[in-house]
Write a protein that binds this ligand. Sequence first.
Ligand SMILES: CCCCCCC[C@@H](O)CC(=O)SCCNC(=O)CCNC(=O)[C@H](O)C(C)(C)COP(=O)(O)OP(=O)(O)OC[C@H]1O[C@@H](n2cnc3c(N)ncnc32)[C@H](O)[C@@H]1OP(=O)(O)O
Length: 716
Amino acid sequence: MAAASLLRFDERVVIVTGAGNGLGREYALAFAKRGARVVVNDLGGSVSGDGSSNRAADTVVDEIRAAGGTAVANYDSVVNGQAVVDTAIKAFGRVDVVVNNAGILRDRSFSKMTEGDWDIVHQVHLKGSFAVSRAAWPHMRKQKYGRIIMTASTAGIYGNFGQANYSAAKLGLVGLSNTLAYEGAKYNIHCNALVPTAGSRLSASVMPEDYANAMKPEYVAPVVLFLCHESCEANRGVYETGAGWVAALKWQRTEGAKLQSAESSISPEKVRDVWDSINDFATASTVDSMNGTASLAASPEANVQQFDRKQALSHRFPTTSYVVSPRNAALYALSVGCNPSAHPEELRYVYEGHSEFGTLPTFAVIPAQVMTGLPGLRFNPMQLLHGEQSVTIHRPLPTEGKLVSQASFVDILDKGRGALAILKVETRAEAGELLVTNVFSLFIRGLGNFGGPSTNDAIPGNVPVPQGAPTHVFSEKTPTNLAALYRLTGDVNPLHIDPEMAKVAGFQQPILHGLCTYGTAARHVIAQCLGGDASRVHVVRGRFAAPVFPGETLETSMWVRSSRIHFQTRVVERDEVVLSHGYVDIVPSSSSNPSASLPSKPEVVEVFERMQANLSQELVRQVNAVFTFALKSAQGSDSRWVVDLKSGAGAIHPPGAQLEGLKVDTTLKLSEDDFVKLARGQLNAMQAFMQNKLKVSGNMMLAQKLSGLFQTQAKL
Ligand SMILES: CCCCCCC[C@@H](O)CC(=O)SCCNC(=O)CCNC(=O)[C@H](O)C(C)(C)COP(=O)(O)OP(=O)(O)OC[C@H]1O[C@@H](n2cnc3c(N)ncnc32)[C@H](O)[C@@H]1OP(=O)(O)O
């Protein structure tokens, strides 16, 4: 091997505690052999911590010097860590590496263990490692370099009969190591925990002799040397080693189970009921930091975590079910601001006795919120913010019945400051008919920079709102208890209700659910642009640009363009856009019969001629223009048209077709009177057409098609 690749420690000063025997001695010799100046610390006591002598440390120092190395002895107890470090400073002027190795045993079964047995073991292992490391810490910080080893034990990780005191202290050292690793990182101080197995004075009482002989300390020392070398980037690791083998250890965590929902509070019975899920390691993953732990106390730095994007994307979500009831549908409507006292037309969304009782289109997001977490991604849930949402309605959701939803990852994008997890959820009726497709984009702050792609061509880009004045503007003050109400629809994320949790997430107070803002804005569009006819909503999409606090006023600006209504919502008090790039795609009101095709031109003209008798000349001209356009554009096999009489807009479906290109006045402005006349005329014409013509000819199919064609939701 080339000399340049040898790991050398020239100029480095290394303290090894408990270096008079066993592993410590081996480390000291190995460091010295590679150029380090070594402080050989050993109190010279017995295995149980009794007595002291200079002999052990001196012998090792002599050995090092005899081999041409540099070493000094220190005979202090590690509890007096300052004295140990002072020896290094006095002899060599610095300290680069601390290997906390000193230890004793007071093995007893727990029933016989005295407080003295407990205390002395903790003193030497835990307090001693603390004391030496803390004394070295300011030197390492100042020189912006340090390597520290904490010696843990399999007894601490896994437990061992008769070693309650020792195992507790040893696992304590893992915790100490993990925290020093965080605190030292920015000073280039690395701290790792070692879990060695070797035949030594200490292990002689618990290890058969043959076995001990095979577990030579020489096999462990190379691992320690590598971890303490300046080229080694390992930090906050736990390494188990012995007999010429080394492995890294990590915690594992099951997917777990949610204990709280809007339907039930936390109880011991709930824990019992989900006990199998809590203990199901089949889908467990490794855990590397506090992200996502119940304590939620993670600092933003603690959220920086690597994850396997490919593995996360391959996760198969279980199918989930949701039972729609009139109560759920009405509760949702209330929680996005429906208020029949202020807006009588909204009674139909909150009163099951209403003749047209139905679900709001955005209610479709509720059955789709199926995940308790994002598999493969561990993070503090307070760092997750809803980024974007799109819902596509294939069929309006019923007000009663069982729905099943299936989620899948679309992608996980690297957005630098965060990861953007995009999930598609398809919701079907129990019989299998696809009702709704939701796409959730979830922005996880602090989880970015994982080296993944930042875009995905298959995901449609954001559509900016049009230039110019909006067609409609509507503002509404949200109730201060809106988030508390909205959470009862199912998203019980404490970010929206618990002031302490909101602070953990960096907000002064709980914020509104993004989907609540979304549902509210969609309601504004339905009321202002669709005459309250929610059945015409096909797609609702928007991006959450900034958080909303309950009690703020939401103002939605809308731009009606053909079959797409663009919208944007801002908080009036802060003049900040909170929901951007919004749009609602609409379908003809006859969409309940999507297989209908247009009747022939003469048939439509005849119907229209009958209507003309009741209409003003100007209206006839404008409606005629739309009819002509509709017939022209219907030449494509699957096109259907719609005239929204209330708003006066003519539109073609599917949305891709261009109205403007045909030079048709697409923004008919009808007065209330004209509208009523037109609608009455339509109905008369339809009646006449169906009774006098189709009935005679027996063409009921055509009659149905026409009835769909002229259907209007206007109330006469
Ligand atoms: C399965 C069902 C689960 C449902 C769970 C829902 C859980 C809910 O309980 C949680 C909520 O409701 S949270 C409340 C609603 N959401 C919010 O308030 C978030 C508001 N948005 C923000 O704060 C910022 O936009 C923020 C923080 C998101 C991003 O801001 P910045 O870090 O400043 O980002 P910026 O520098 O502007 O852009 C960086 C890249 O990220 C993209 N991006 C920005 N905002 C985005 C957003 N809202 N959604 C998606 N992507 C977004 C940018 O385009 C940019 O990407 P690129 O670099 O590729 O151009």
